[in-house]
Design a protein. Structure first.
Lengths: 121, 441
C-alpha cells in the first residue's frame, strides 16, 4: 500500500486529516506548504497521493503543482486538491486534477485515498 | 422713419418753392396781361427755363382764354385752351407733377390766371435714392449680423457644443478619464475648468467606490475560506467520533478520544473568534462599540495572554521574551485590552518566521506603552497606514486571516484615547507600539 501526503498550512487540518487517516491504517506524511512538500518528495519515497491545499504562504498549491510537473520523477504522483475557496471545480479543471471542496466528508476523504493508495492494511 | 420725414419735408419744400415760383412769374406776367403785351408775357414765362423742374407754364386772360405759354418739351401735348375764369389759387400734387394755380392781380384787380406745372422727378429720385440706401443698409446689417453670429458661434456655441459632446461621451461610455480641451480664459474656459475638476473628482470617487466593491468581494471570499478551515477540522473530527465503537474506550483509544475532543474544542474557539471579529466590525460600523472601563493591570493581562499562547509558541518553536514592570495600572476595558494583546501576539506568531518575539510594557508620563516586536517578514513602509484599515493586509491572501485584527486593535486603542503605529521594514521584522493614557475613560 502506498502512503498519502497531506499538504496544508493549517496545523489543525493537517493534524485532523493525518490523524483520521492513520487511525484507518493509512501511512501518512505531512507538509506545511509547497516548499516543505517538494523537499520531502525529492529526498524520500514517493506517495501514492498528494492531498493539496491551495492557499498557503510562501508557495501556493498551484505553484507547487507547477514545480511538481517540472520534475520528471515527481510528475506522475497524483494530486487531489482540497480547497476552501469558491469555484473549486474551475480550479481543478485549470490544474487538471481532481478537486474536492472543504469542508470535506470523512467518507469521501477515506474513499478518495483508498482509490489512489489501495485499501488500508 | 427718418426717410419718411425727409421725404415729407422735400415734398413740402417742392410745393412751397413751386408756389413761390408761381408767385414771381405771376408778378411779371401781371403787367404783360394788364397791357395785353403777349411778347412780354412770353418773355416772363421764358424766364422759367432756368428752373429744370418746371415742365410748362401758361397764362390765361381774365376770361380764362389761353394767352401765352412756356413748354420745356415742345413735343409734349399742347396746354388747355380754356380754364375757368375765377380759379382760385392752389397747389396740387397729382402723380408725377405739381400743378400751381395762381391769380394774376395788380392792385387787387384780377387780370388772369397762371397755371404752372413742375415735375416731381427730384422728389421721386430722392425717394428712389432712399429706397436704394435702405436696401444697402439692410444688406449691410444682414452681413454684419451673419458675421456676428459666426463670431458668437465660434466663441460660444462651438465651445459649448464641445463641452456637451464631452459630457455626452461620458454618459454613453462611462469613461471619466476624458477631459474638455477648452483652454480659454473667459467664462466658458472657467466653465470647462470647473467641468474638468468635477470629472477629476468623479473619477476619484468612482475609483474609490470600485475599490470598495473589490475589497468587499475579496473579503467575502476570504471570510468564507476562513470559516471553512475550522469547520473542515470540526466536521471530520465529529464524523470520526461518530464512527468510533459505542463502548467506553480505554488505553490508546482513550488518548485518541481526548485529543480528538481537544482539537474539536479548538475549532469551536476558532469559529467563535472569527465570528466575534465579524461582530466587532459591524459594531464599530454602526457606532455601537463601547468600553467597560475599570481599574486594571496591563501587566497581568499580558502575562495571561502569554500563558494562553504558551502551547502554540512552543509548538511553532518560538521563544517569547517578556519585558514587564511590576505593574501598569489604568482605567481600561480589560477584555478589549486582552484582545489587543492577543491580536498583536497572533500576528507576531503568524509573520515572525519562527524567530524570537519580544513583548514589553512601559509606564511613562501618565501613559502605558505596549510593544510587540517580531523578526519576521516585516511590512513595507507604503503599507504602514493601510494595514490598520478594514479588510486590508500587507501580504498575499495565501496567508489567510480576515484582515480585521489590526483594524479592530486600532479601534480599541482609539476608543481608549490612545494611538498605535508600526515600525517595520521588509525582512527586518515589525514592532507594533500601542500608547494609551492611564486615566482614560
Amino acid at each position: 500500500m502506498k502512503s498519502v501526503m497531506v499538504v496544508d498550512d493549517d496545523d489543525d487540518i493537517r493534524e485532523t486529516i493525518s490523524g483520521l487517516l492513520a487511525q484507518r491504517g493509512f501511512q501518512v506524511t505531512t507538509a506545511a506548504d509547497g516548499n516543505d512538500a517538494l523537499q520531502q518528495l525529492r529526498s524520500g519515497d514517493l506517495p501514492g497521493l498528494i492531498l493539496l491545499d491551495l492557499m498557503m504562504p510562501s508557495m501556493s498549491g498551484e505553484e507547487f503543482r507547477a514545480w511538481q510537473m517540472n520534475d520528471p520523477r515527481l510528475a506522475a504522483v497524483p494530486v487531489v486538491v482540497l480547497s476552501g475557496a469558491g469555484m473549486v471545480d474551475e480550479v481543478g479543471k485549470k490544474m487538471k486534477v481532481e478537486a474536492i471542496s472543504k469542508p470535506i466528508e470523512l467518507t469521501i476523504l477515506v474513499d478518495t485515498v483508498k482509490r489512489y493508495c489501495g485499501a488500508a492494511e | 422713419l427718418v426717410a419718411a420725414r425727409e421725404i415729407r419735408d422735400i415734398r413740402e419744400d417742392m410745393l412751397s418753392s413751386s408756389a413761390l415760383m408761381g408767385g414771381v412769374v405771376a408778378e411779371y406776367g401781371a403787367a404783360a396781361l394788364a397791357f395785353e403785351n403777349r411778347t412780354a408775357a412770353e418773355q416772363a414765362l421764358q424766364a422759367l427755363s432756368k428752373h429744370e423742374e418746371v415742365l410748362d407754364a401758361a397764362l390765361y386772360d381774365r376770361a380764362g382764354h389761353y394767352y401765352a405759354a412756356y413748354r420745356r418739351d415742345p413735343s409734349a401735348p399742347p396746354l388747355a385752351n380754356e380754364i375757368g375764369p375765377r380759379q382760385s389759387a392752389g397747389a396740387t400734387l397729382d402723380g408725377a407733377r405739381i400743378t400751381i394755380l395762381r391769380p394774376v392781380e395788380v392792385g387787387g384787380e384780377r387780370f388772369g390766371t397762371l397755371v404752372l406745372h413742375t415735375s416731381t422727378e427730384p422728389l421721386t429720385s430722392r425717394v428712389r435714392a432712399y429706397e436704394q440706401g435702405l436696401i444697402w443698409l439692410a444688406v449691410g446689417l444682414l452681413a454684419a449680423s451673419l458675421m456676428l453670429a459666426w463670431v458668437l458661434e465660434r466663441m460660444i456655441s462651438r465651445r459649448l457644443h464641445g463641452l456637451a459632446e464631452v459630457a455626452g461621451n461620458i454618459a454613453r461610455k462611462g469613461d471619466y478619464k476624458v477631459r474638455a480641451a477648452d483652454a480659454g480664459g473667459d467664462e466658458i474656459g472657467v466653465l470647462a475648468d470647473a467641468f474638468n475638476r468635477m470629472l477629476t473628482e468623479i473619477e476619484r470617487r468612482q475609483d474609490e467606490a470600485l475599490r470598495a466593491v473589490r475589497v468587499r468581494d475579496e473579503f467575502l471570499s476570504v471570510a468564507s475560506h476562513e470559516l471553512k478551515t475550522p469547520l473542515t477540522s470540526l466536521k471530520l473530527q465529529v464524523q470520526g467520533l461518530l464512527e468510533m465503537p459505542p463502548q467506553i474506550p480505554d488505553g490508546k483509544d482513550a488518548e485518541r478520544l481526548k485529543s480528538s475532543f481537544a482539537l474539536t474544542e479548538r475549532q469551536v474557539r476558532r469559529l467563535e473568534r472569527l465570528i466575534g471579529n465579524l461582530l466587532d466590525v459591524s459594531r464599530i460600523a454602526v457606532g455601537r462599540f463601547q468600553l467597560q472601563v475599570e481599574d486594571v493591570d496591563l501587566v497581568s493581562i499580558v502575562r495571561d495572554v502569554a500563558a494562553q499562547f504558551s502551547a502554540e509558541i512552543h509548538r511553532a518553536r518560538y521563544t517569547l521574551d517578556l519585558k514587564l514592570p511590576e505593574s501598569a495600572r489604568g482605567k481600561w476595558d480589560p477584555l478589549r485590552l486582552e484582545q489587543v494583546v492577543v491580536n498583536l501576539l497572533s500576528n507576531a506568531l503568524k509573520y515572525g518566521n519562527g524567530k524570537p518575539i519580544e513583548l514589553a510594557v512601559e509606564v511613562q508620563n501618565g501613559h502605558a506603552r505596549l510593544s510587540v516586536r517580531d523578526q519576521g517578514i516585516g511590512v513595507e513602509e507604503v503599507h504602514h497606514e493601510r494595514i490598520f484599515e478594514r479588510f486590508e493586509r500587507a501580504v498575499s491572501l495565501n496567508y489567510g486571516g480576515l484582515g480585521l485584527g489590526l483594524y479592530i486593535t486600532k479601534q480599541i486603542v482609539l476608543a481608549h484615547g490612545g494611538s498605535i503605529r508600526v515600525e517595520s521594514a521588509p525582512g527586518a521584522g515589525s514592532t507594533f507600539v500601542v500608547e494609551i493614557p492611564r486615566g482614560s475613560s
